[in-house]
Ligand binder design. Structure first.
Ligand SMILES: Cc1cc2nc3c(=O)[nH]c(=O)nc-3n(C[C@H](O)[C@H](O)[C@H](O)COP(=O)(O)OP(=O)(O)OC[C@H]3O[C@@H](n4cnc5c(N)ncnc54)[C@H](O)[C@@H]3O)c2cc1C
Length: 291
């Protein structure tokens, strides 16, 4: 299948890209990795009249550390995030999750910004952004604005990006002392989108749980963080009964949509199991390290 005809633009600067967006707005689409947009155009699920290719804007790519943040440019390929020593040292959840996206060829082209803008409910990077409270910076001809990931994802495949805006970078908080991360997913075949994925941040101090963030992707239209239900499990010793309580709290908090292919209860049980597995591994790792 072939896409509908369109006018192709290849801006040489961010300024030029923003000018094109301001001119063509809702008629235009940015293209970064093309891994989601091109199939959608080929299937005529998207038919932009103007395609704005940002692949020459190398200033939009790369991983940097700025104070307590890891800043990743929108055009950074998944493979670069996965293999970035800065990301794996200071924010390992991000690189760990990026390494599980699709297949190698997809990771070589697909970008962080493209993945967030596409906002597939089962995608890895939206889940990680939501779990870590990443900040997403959007630029337009009028200037920049920064959004919390909780406000960025609005519904399945729907974000707060306006037609004249583009994502320019994403800022993730660096890992704090005593914090551990885990990312787990389950998919039918290697490289497929996950049926469910979970991102877990566990903080402990003197044998007690000081932080517990559990993000879940694939189960609901946008990734969710189950903070409220886990609040009462803070301050406790992470023993077997605690682990069971977390699993049950997660199970009861999730309300996946029913689908003929995958029943809601299956996603609930899968999430419970992935969260328990992640926590068990994190706690086991901790015991192996000297205090
Ligand atoms: C076979 C296959 C398997 C895959 N498996 C997975 C998987 O397991 N997990 C996963 O997460 N993803 C998976 N993907 C998707 C892949 O991660 C894509 O790279 C990603 O979803 C989109 O990124 P992209 O850079 O290719 O964006 P594009 O396809 O270029 O664009 C996607 C959307 O984002 C918009 N966009 C792009 N850049 C910007 C920007 N800077 N600002 C605002 N809007 C922008 C575009 O206009 C478009 O609407 C898979 C893709 C394929 C083809």
């Amino acid at each position: 299948m072939k896409p509908a005809s369109f006018e192709y633009h290849r801006p040489a600067s961010i300024e030029e890209a923003l000018k094109l967006l301001a001119e063509h707005g809702a008629e235009a689409k940015l293209i970064s990795g093309g891994q989601s947009l091109v199939p959608m155009m080929n299937m005529r699920l998207a038919s932009p009249s103007h395609l704005i290719d940002i692949n020459d804007l190398s200033e939009l790519a790369g991983v940097r550390k700025r104070g307590d943040l890891i800043e990743i440019g929108t055009l950074t390929r998944h493979q670069e995030v996965a293999s970035s020593s800065l990301a794996s040292e200071h924010c390992p959840l991000v690189s760990q999750a990026a390494s599980t996206i699709g297949h190698y060829a997809i990771r070589q082209r697909g970008t962080l910004g493209g993945s967030l803008a596409h906002a597939d409910p089962a995608a890895q990077m939206p889940l990680v952004a939501r779990t870590l409270d990443a900040r997403i910076t959007l630029a337009s001809h009028a200037g920049e604005r920064e959004l919390a990931s909780a406000d960025f994802f609005q519904a399945a495949m729907t974000t707060a990006v306006r037609p004249d805006e583009m994502i320019v970078r994403v800022s993730f908080p660096v890992q704090q002392a005593g914090e551990r991360f885990s990312f787990k997913l389950f998919s039918r075949r290697h490289g497929d989108y996950a049926i469910v994925s979970v991102a877990v941040v566990l903080g402990t101090q003197e044998g007690r749980v000081t932080k517990l963030h559990v993000g879940v992707g694939g189960a609901t239209p946008v990734p969710v963080r189950l903070d409220t239900v886990l609040e009462e499990l803070l301050g406790k010793t992470p023993d077997e009964p605690w682990l069971r309580s977390v699993g049950l709290a997660v199970y009861h908090a999730l309300t996946p949509e029913e689908s003929a292919r995958i029943p809601a209860i299956y996603r609930k049980e899968l999430t419970q199991s992935l969260v328990s597995q992640a926590l068990k591994e994190l706690l086991a790792e901790q015991e192996m390290e000297p205090v």
